[in-house]
Design a binder for this molecule. Structure first.
Ligand SMILES: NC(=O)c1ccc[n+]([C@@H]2O[C@H](COP(=O)([O-])OP(=O)(O)OC[C@H]3O[C@@H](n4cnc5c(N)ncnc54)[C@H](OP(=O)(O)O)[C@@H]3O)[C@@H](O)[C@H]2O)c1
Length: 334
């Protein structure tokens, strides 16, 4: 990326996506400020280009303070997988109102936000309803913006299939953030794919998704800072290929050179889970709703034009897995 004179404020820098955004900015020698909660388990990368601002989106004064002198903001923070003490979704819109107000006050010139892919089923998934409200606030705010509506992340959903490799080398795994359901699920299924040759497929496994790796999502968010045509746009973001869950399992079998047995989690179970969890765990309901959506409805995104426009060459599933394997071998050797 071309260097920007001002510091970039990264909101959500302790998250799985936010930490990759931060690292890519620092690698490009871009000065940035990581906005993190005092209670966060964030270990800042050592870099002369990094400053840390403690604060909380729920605390308007801290957001206001962090935005002083800032012209560009990248925001990935969310409570979708809530940490202990967070309440899923409830305060998310209000929190982003604080950020938008501070951006308006300090005349921020570009706000880049990560949202979820478009679907005719937004009403089904609580997270999607929250994202659309935040998108509207941003669009109506008058602040120049880029909103990326991303498809399912490989790093997250391949781990949901039981892959340990997908989480390899991840500093801040979303699934291990301290939410009981994802922690329990990860405990039961972690490494099932590599250790036992079992892949868990949502629904019939035949529905196709435009899986994208977090590195590429981060690359688009970072590039948006310097691509002039990125402003005032909502951009759908998917991976370089559209694959069914079965296709992903076949690629794993090929890359790992082993037979994989597929076990499907029928859509009706995911739907039932969503209804059962609704009264006592909104975050649990949200996870089940997302999986239900991903098990039932295709999502295909043609990335030919965005890749040209942003000069980004994306990684497909095979390349993503091979890269993970390579870095595993390298770290074993050192
Ligand atoms: N997973 C997918 O397939 C997918 C697809 C499309 C879009 N997305 C979107 O991508 C984003 C995922 O990012 P991620 O993986 O980095 O999420 P994550 O690992 O769950 O991280 C969430 C981040 O938000 C921060 N945060 C939460 N509440 C905050 C508050 N009140 N003030 C300041 N920071 C706060 C957390 O900080 P703490 O460390 O203090 O908790 C953490 O850094 C989400 O918005 C998600 O909706 C995901």
């Amino acid at each position: 990326m071309g260097r920007i004179m001002n510091k970039v404020l990264v909101i959500g820098a302790s998250g799985q996506l936010g930490s990759v955004v931060l690292n890519q900015l620092l690698e490009a020698k871009q000065e940035c400020i990581a906005f993190v909660r005092p209670s966060s388990k964030f270990s800042p990368p050592s870099s002369d280009y990094l400053q840390v601002a403690q604060g909380d989106l729920a605390d308007a004064a801290s957001v206001e303070k962090a935005c002083v002198g800032i012209k560009q903001v990248i925001a990935t923070a969310s409570s979708i997988i809530p940490r202990h003490g967070d309440k899923f979704g409830i305060n998310e819109v209000e929190n982003y109102q604080h950020l938008i107000k501070a951006c308006q006050h300090h005349k921020v010139e570009h706000l880049i936000y990560i949202s979820a892919f478009s679907s005719p089923f937004d009403q089904l998934v609580p997270e999607f309803r929250v994202k659309r409200q935040i998108e509207k606030l941003i669009v109506d705010s008058g602040i120049p913006y880029t909103i990326f509506r991303a498809a399912a992340f490989m790093d997250i959903y391949y781990a949901v299939m039981g892959s340990r490799l997908a989480m390899d080398g991840v500093l801040h795994p979303t699934l291990l953030r301290g939410f009981w359901l994802t922690k329990l699920y990860s405990k039961l299924t972690f490494g099932l794919l590599e250790n036992r040759g079992i892949a868990l497929l949502p629904g019939s496994g035949k529905v196709k998704q435009s899986f994208i790796c977090i590195n590429d999502v981060a690359a688009f968010m970072v590039k948006a800072l310097t691509v002039p045509s990125a402003k005032h746009r909502i951009i759908e973001l998917g991976g370089p290929e559209t694959l069914s869950w079965h296709d992903v399992s076949d690629i794993y079998a090929n890359v790992l050179e082993r037979k994989i047995i597929n076990i499907v989690i029928p859509s009706f179970i995911l739907n039932l889970g969503r209804v059962i969890l609704r009264p006592f765990s909104p975050a649990g309901e949200n996870i089940m709703s997302t999986l239900f959506l991903l098990s039932r409805h295709d999502c295909a995104i043609d990335m030919t034009e965005p890749c040209k426009e942003f000069s980004i060459h994306m990684r497909n599933t095979r390349q993503f897995l091979l890269q993970k394997l390579n870095s595993q071998h390298t770290s074993e050797l050192t």
